[in-house]
Ligand binder design. Structure first.
Ligand code: NAD
Length: 421
């Protein structure tokens, strides 16, 4: 399915175009990435063998600043997937009004099969392979699926070794001890929580304690489960790649997080009952939160979804087919480029702090993240109301119009306009 992923993403972008001001030049430029690199990453395994892993780094757009986007370690990583994720990052940074473009990277590897030292050699080897195309003013990686602050720390250190100097702003999501920022590891879930709270009265009127099912119990999904449970929501289902757990009365999220920390997975849970992975997406709930991988809900299962509202924490969890089916069924969809934008927003704070040599405390990070999330969520909702658009289309229109103004200001179209005038 990944080969169709970019076309599918472009369909959603083009659906927004009739409602947005976008010049022909800017439209043409957005149909392909600025640069795409494929690398082979050699890793000496613990048993002495050499293995080669394919890696990618795509800079989709850099009109308004250096490309920004995470690095994913997953067996399913392909050039098409990374390109699509970089395409989505382009609109996410615009939507949030950040001084960045869109980028993404990844390595096709199953990190669960690697020892800690093999993982470190892979992380350093990948960074060395892409070192020529990244940089604090060019393209700035961050964590994504199966990469964390430890991995970002190795990468920042490797970049410093290659360039013989300190450039901490080349990578965000680093450990605090290496120039990271407080609040980065919970930024995506915190940002999602602010979006949910901002639109809650609109999409879930008259429900005091909504029920929610969350697919994906990693960095983003598990921390959001905790925040929602603390806010009085009933978390009735959660899943990871090994198991799906259900309890209609509400799960003990803290116990499940402890269990996952201790055993590495949700299998054999201490609370709730195991159900089929697919059934988690079909639970009768107020809110469904896909927080795992793209394409989780497509034309084959969308009709079975029973949720009233979907908040997309994963990137691209709904295909265009699923969007149409769910829209016809009256399900409200709050899109990924808004819901999961908290991560890149706090990465921006980290990049600023690194470049200025400043230190930000956690209260400042949290307060500025909330303000930014609420401002842009309100803007998307106002645009949806003013032009009678679904929230996804409104989010794209908001981002496209910002990007278009910048592209036209740098491009030949504005130059010819001046000459004609
Ligand atoms: P993670 O690796 O920490 O967690 C991913 C989780 O998804 C794991 O629990 C894994 O077991 C689970 N999973 C994988 N396949 C599954 C399946 N088929 N069914 C159920 N669960 C499955 O990754 P993360 O950082 O939490 O990212 C999750 C999603 O959020 C991704 O789409 C990512 O691109 C997006 N995202 C993450 C960030 C960030 O800052 N981490 C920012 C923006 C968007």
């Amino acid at each position: 399915m990944t080969d169709d992923l970019l076309e599918d993403a472009i369909v959603r972008f083009e659906e927004a175009l009739p409602h947005a001001q976008l010049s022909e030049d800017a439209h043409e430029r957005l149909r392909s990435p600025v640069s795409s690199l494929k690398v082979s990453v050699p890793v000496r395994m613990d048993d002495g063998r050499l293995r080669i892993f394919p890696g990618y780094r795509v800079r989709y757009d850099d009109t308004r600043g250096p490309a920004k986007g995470g690095i994913r370690f997953h067996p399913g990583v392909t050039a098409a997937e990374v390109t699509t994720l970089a395409f989505w990052m382009t609109f996410k940074t615009e939507l949030m009004d950040l001084p960045f473009g869109g980028g993404k990277g990844g390595v096709a590897v199953d990190p669960k099969q690697l020892s800690a030292s093999e993982l470190e050699r892979l992380s350093r080897g990948y960074l060395a392979a892409i070192a020529d195309v990244i940089g604090p003013d060019v393209d700035i990686p961050a964590p994504d699926v199966a990469t964390n602050e430890l991995v970002m720390g190795w990468m920042a250190h490797e970049y410093a070794k290659i360039n013989r100097g300190h450039h901490p702003s080349v990578v965000t999501g680093k450990p605090l001890a290496l120039g990271g920022i407080p609040g980065r590891s919970s930024a995506t879930s915190d940002g999602a929580f602010h979006v949910i709270r901002t639109v809650q009265s609109r999409v879930l009127p008259d429900i005091d304690h909504p029920s929610v099912a969350i697919q994906g119990f990693g960095n983003a999904g598990s921390q959001l489960a905790t925040r929602l449970a603390e806010a009085g929501w009933r978390v009735v289902g959660v899943s990871d790649s090994s198991a799906a757990i259900h309890d209609a009365g509400g799960l003990d999220v803290a116990a499940l997080r402890e269990h996952k920390k201790a055993t590495g997975s949700l299998a054999d849970p201490p609370v709730g009952e195991e159900i089929a992975a697919e059934d988690l997406l079909c639970l009768e709930v107020d809110v469904l939160i896909p927080a795992a991988l793209e394409g989780a809900i497509d034309g084959s299962n969308a009709e079975r979804v029973r949720a009233r509202t979907i908040f997309e924490v994963a990137n691209g969890p709904l295909t265009a087919d699923a969007d149409r089916i769910l829209d016809d069924a009256g399900v409200q969809i709050v899109p990924d480029i808004l819901v999961n934008a908290g991560g890149v927003t706090v990465s921006w704070f980290e990049w600023i702090a690194n470049r200025t040599g400043d230190r930000w405390d956690e209260a400042t990070v949290r307060e500025r993240l909330e303000r930014r999330m609420v401002t842009e969520t309100d803007a998307v909702v106002a645009l949806a109301d003013a032009r009678d658009l679904p929230l996804r289309t409104a989010a794209y229109v908001h981002a496209i119009e910002r990007l278009s103004r910048s592209m036209d200001a740098t491009g030949t179209a504005s130059l010819f306009g001046d000459l004609d005038g």
